[in-house]
Structure formats: C-alpha cells, structure tokens
Design a protein around this ligand. Structure first.
Ligand code: PMT
Length: 222
C-alpha cells in the first residue's frame, strides 16, 4: 500500500483569520480559529508532502515538520503566498478579510465630542485565491467557501470566478460547525462537476477525509 502518496508534492495552505489595522491598537477580523487549516496541514504532512502553512494570528501550535509562516494582514498573507507559487497543491482555508480600512491612523483614534457615530471607510483587499487561480501555472488550486445562505450556488460562483480546481464549501451559519468550532461538515465541488459530501465530524477527521478525497480524485501517487 502507498502510505506516502504525496511524497513528491509541495503543498501551500492558508489558515486562520487576517487582521486589518485601524490604528496601533485596533483591528477588524473574524472568528476563524485556524483549526481547519492546521488539521489539513497535518493530514498533508502525514501523507508525505512538504507543507508550507501561511497562518493568520491563531492560538494553535504549529504542526511538526511543517514550515509555518506567521502573518497578520491580508497584504502580508498575499506576499507570503506569492513566494510559494511553485507549490503543486494550494488549499486556501484562511478566512481572509474582504475589506481593509482606507486609512491607518498612526496614533490612537480619538473619541470625538461632535458625533455619536463613527464611520470607517474600507476598501477591498486583494483576493488571494483569485490571484493564485489566475496566475499559478501548475498548482492544483482548492478554495473554501464560507456561506450562510444559498451555500451551493455561492460556492459554485466562487469556483468559477476564482478559477479554482475545486471548492470546499461549509455553512458558517451553524455555530456547531464552521468557524471556531471543533467540528465541520463540508462538500467538495470539483471543476469537472464531481461532488463529494462529507458528514459532520471533527476537523481533524474531516481534514484527513478531504486530503484522501483530493488524492483519489487527482490520482496522486508517490
Ligand atoms: O479556522 P476555523 O475556525 O477552523 O474555521 C474554518 C473556516 C470556516 C474558516 C474554513 O472552513 C473556511 O470556510 N475558510 C474560508 C473562509 C472564507 O473567508 O471564505 P470566503 O467564502 O469568504 O472566501 C472564499 C475563498 O477565497 C476562501 O478560500 C478564502 O481563503 C479566499 N479569499 C477570500 C478573500 C480574499 N481577499 N482572499 C482570499 O484568498
């Protein structure tokens, strides 16, 4: 039996949230814990791959034998990802902020007396997955889609727009799965129309099923 089918593969994984700073002490972020991405990194490592994990700020211990690069903002994550465009496989599980504040205040933003409201103008960040989908040459590009409604349609839209080879969709409206929980439930939608549904399980178990499914789908062997 081939127990190290990914021995010759380099895998790039993004995980966790990004933080977009407003001033030296405040930022905009989300609830991603990094558990899904770190579990994927472990599973790929277990099948023999060389793994690079680009991680936003999380409370997890970097997996053994995995090159972990810590980043904070979307822009940092983008720069690190660009350095690993030679990966054979990319799995983009990070919950990347779609917007970042237009201006960064060098000093702490002050509470004002003239209004009870604060308006923060934000602009779009770089879509890292979309960039990789359109600019990588030999990478098998697998994105995630975190949705709260009409999950499959939005996931299929992302698969197409980001030019990915596959999208792993999850419903983040259910607090028992998705962001910051120990469990998840996903479906993998491949570009060729193949769909694999994986039942609710721990992220550790699911990661191993996802990696196995990808390996079978693409026929990866050592
Ligand atoms: O970290 P956990 O607590 O374990 O939770 C796991 C998870 C719910 C975060 C994970 O399973 C997941 O769904 N990750 C993707 C979260 C997300 O931001 O999804 P999205 O539908 O907004 O983005 C679609 C895809 O584009 C994702 O692959 C995302 O990484 C990527 N993206 C999005 C915006 C951006 N500027 N750059 C990107 O690369």
């Amino acid at each position: 039996k081939d127990d190290k089918p990914l021995k010759r593969k380099k895998v790039l994984i993004t995980a966790g949230p990004t933080r977009e700073a407003l001033d030296p002490i405040r930022y905009v972020t989300n609830h991603s814990s990094g558990k899904m991405g770190y579990s994927l990194a472990n599973s790929f490592k277990g099948l023999g791959a060389e793994v690079v994990l680009v991680s936003g700020p999380v409370d997890l211990t970097p997996p053994n034998g995995v090159q972990t690069i810590d980043v904070t903002s979307t822009e940092d994550m983008f720069q690190s990802v660009k350095e690993h465009m030679d990966a054979d496989i990319g799995v983009f599980s990070a919950a990347v902020s779609d917007y970042t504040p237009v201006t960064y205040s060098e000093g702490k933003m002050k509470k004002t007396d003239d209004s009870d409201h604060l308006v923060v103008e934000m602009k779009k960040t770089t879509d890292i997955l979309k960039y990789v989908g359109h600019n990588s040459e030999n990478m098998t590009v697998i994105g995630f889609a975190a949705e709260t409604d009409d999950v499959k349609n939005y996931a299929l839209k992302k698969l197409k727009e980001k030019n990915a080879d596959g999208i792993i969709m999850n419903d983040v409206s259910n607090p028992e799965i998705g962001m910051n929980s120990d469990d998840n439930e996903v479906a993998i939608l491949y570009k060729d129309g193949t769909e694999t549904y994986l039942e609710k399980a721990s992220k550790v178990q699911l990661a191993s099923q996802i990696v196995q499914n990808l390996a079978d789908h693409y026929g990866w062997r050592s």
